[in-house]
Design a protein around this ligand. Sequence first.
Ligand SMILES: [Zn+2]
Length: 385
Amino acid sequence: MKSIVTLILLCSVFISGDSVAAPAQVGSARNVVLFVGDGMGVGHLKAARWVAAGEHGKLSMDAMPVSGMLSTHSSDSPVTDSAAAATAMAAGVKTKNGAIAMDELLVSVPTILEIAAATGRSVGLVTTTPMAHATPAAFAAHVENRKAMPEIARQMLVAEPDLLLGGGEDEFLPSDQTGCHPQPGERDDGRDLIAEAVAEGYLHVCDKTAFDAVDPHATSRLLGFFSDEGMKRPFSPSLAEMTTKAINMLSTNRRGFFLMVEAGQIDWASHDNDAGNAIADTLGLDEAVEVARKFAAEAGETLVIVTADHETGGMRVTRTSSGKPDEDGPFWMPNGGVFYINWSTTRHTPLDVPVISQGPLSDRFAGENDNTHVFKVMASALGAE
Ligand SMILES: [Zn+2]
């Protein structure tokens, strides 16, 4: 019976010519790529579509076949922070705002990165924020409070990821060293975690030239910290360039890989009610998603998920000006139309966030789900649940 179902599915896939979706309904995933647009709501996506492609335009991620919505509340608030939301997605539990990969009783819970590594897959984290910031932290560290960033940095290397690319050199260096970037480190235990990692076999890069020179096929472990704190605009390397390097490196493992890519400063720009940068970073995320989609089209067996941890700013997109002094815009569409952005708040909102997906088990993201569902689907896709 199962083989008949498989045959029917394969035939229908063949007729539709959609080779990417072919294994989606019939098998598990070799690879999972999770994109998190920190703070990215439906307003951010609409504004990015209009800037990139006009009124009826689509982003690359819009070509993915399954979309739905996720609720984002934490265990102690209708409005989540990035730590609780990232914990929900990384580990499948609701927790208090501020907690990193611990449940609401502050007991550590295994993360999808740890689970993927235990199956023999390669694992990596990419972000434009500091590496020890809440979203990437919740995939590879367990602490009660996200502010414990030097401890998060220590734990992240204990987790032995194959690759970390982003900002936040400071949390990995002692206070008497500056490393590649001007500010001194923030560790008061005197440890140089970067030197320790290099001694363990990691390649370390901290600028675009060295990053570009990394041979993904000859490098098994890579650390790239491109700033003291958050990466500076224009991001160099870009999120898409980091995603390309990450996928090229991690995909050399025949058992597959798990990769989380965070466009972390959509949130920061939205806290600043800076629509220009919020849109630019959403487009930067879309560029990175396109890299993963191209890889998935060739390699198959890859679950790609694009979502957000929460919405920031209560972004409102309109074709007519509100006339208010704090309005952003006009923003121009390629066809000459204009639009404007107004904001409801400088904080996070309780709004549901979009989730867009393709590949094995992606159909499970249709409709309305809780953000803990992201973990459950990824774990199932990796054959770990
Ligand atoms: Zn935020």
